[in-house]
Design a protein around this ligand. Sequence first.
Ligand code: GLY
Length: 380
Amino acid sequence: MSAQIKTGQIETVQVNLAERSYSIHVGSGLINTAGDYIAPYLKEARTIIVTDSNVEKHWLAPLQNSLNSHGISSEAIVMEPGEKTKNFTNLEQLVCKLLNAQIERNTVVIALGGGVIGDLTGMAAAIILRGIDFIQIPTSLLSQVDSSVGGKTGINTPQGKNLAGAFHQPKLVLCDTDALKTLPIRELRAGYAELVKYGLIADAPFFDWLEKNGERVLAGDQDAQRHAIVKSCQAKADVVSEDERETGRRALLNFGHTFGHALEAEVGYSGTLLHGEAVAIGSVMALSISERIGICPAGRADRLRAHFAKTNIGYNLHGNAGTDWAAEKLLDHMRLDKKVADAKLVFILARDIGDAFITNEVNDSDILATLNEALEQSGN
Ligand code: GLY
């Protein structure tokens, strides 16, 4: 189990992976004081920061100032924001830029940004010079509660999402709730779906808590945000400590993702649908198919819809009119996704809220019926 330590307003979750163990610090002011946390991990007085042009505006200078105050020099590589950046071309460019910056085996790279920057930088760190250390400073809610923790790095390919990648654990994760203040509300809402996921998978009381406090999280209440991020990181740390390489239980973290990735693939990973938005829709579909095949009591998908409606999280495809959604095409995308075992699709279903399980025993007819029902409800 992950340990949790509270020091003032900073809480720390530990990911236990023997010599690859690391800490996740959560709270306000972490970027402004990042040098205090990062300095012990550096083997030379310099680092390279990879960020995107949105995050750069708000958080690059505070990070560099804090590093400077510890005598650490840093240079920045600034990428284009957006999911489309996570491709082979940008990976190659990033690796070349890092090599041009005279990177050495001792150099530690910092990923300052959301899931795209974390995944891309982590993958570059995994392969450059056969692997160097990296630190995650996730600035989106989605990356704070999911992608920055657990060592999954990767890029998308034309065949699907995250189909090329590596497991490469960070040395340290700093989740600064201040960064959420400069996050566009659409992104905050998208990340919220990943928070809810932890309640749906194995923590019904956390889902209850979100039903009462979700609006505080989205309104920027820092105590509520810290609590929600710590709960999520703890849940993830426990799973990752037990099943780092997803040979079993870790797949639970893909709740809502089989449907969600198909939706993302259909729009070509464009800004039409953010990853978290796709996960929100996919989570409702996962509960709805669980009800359809009779393993989950009726009303659970409606309970999730009600929560998403209350917190202004889109849970149907209304907002994505213009996309010609078709159930058969979405099923084709699922077949290309990596969540396939013995040619059967792998789904994370639920016996109830807080009781998810992994199965590859789902019929195409139930998948198509669930997709068609969702498309009809969305007026498509
Ligand atoms: N986001 C799912 C995982 O890290 O396993």
